[in-house]
Ligand binder design. Sequence first.
Ligand SMILES: [Zn+2]
Length: 141
Amino acid sequence: MAAPRKSAAKKAASKPAGGGKSLSAKELAALRAEIEEDIAQLEAEIEAAEADLLAMLQEGADGAGDDQADAGAKTYEREQEISLANNARELLDQNRRALERMDDGSYGICENCGNPIGKLRLQAAPRATLCMPCKTKQERR
Ligand SMILES: [Zn+2]
């Protein structure tokens, strides 16, 4: 299941920039900026989710007289919050790995077959670690 994207999904819809296979330094810098922005946002989301969770736990400790339905709703809310935070952590991880690959020069190379991932795909999905054929294969498994 794809993780829900809130903000970054739409702005990646830039027009195709020629048919070049590799990223120019400028294009790479733009992707890096996008990823760094994503990291900052995800860190803020995780922090907010953790603060919410903490508040919920404290509330739970206070509200010993809650009826069962109420407690169930709170448990649900808490689980939602936890899965949100986990999603954000996973995305954060992908973003950080993308930055690492930019630093060590392996960015844009398919982790599976070693072929270039392709500029257009990277611009649409800056965190991609697989080329389109490998990604398709993986999804079919
Ligand atoms: Zn591949």
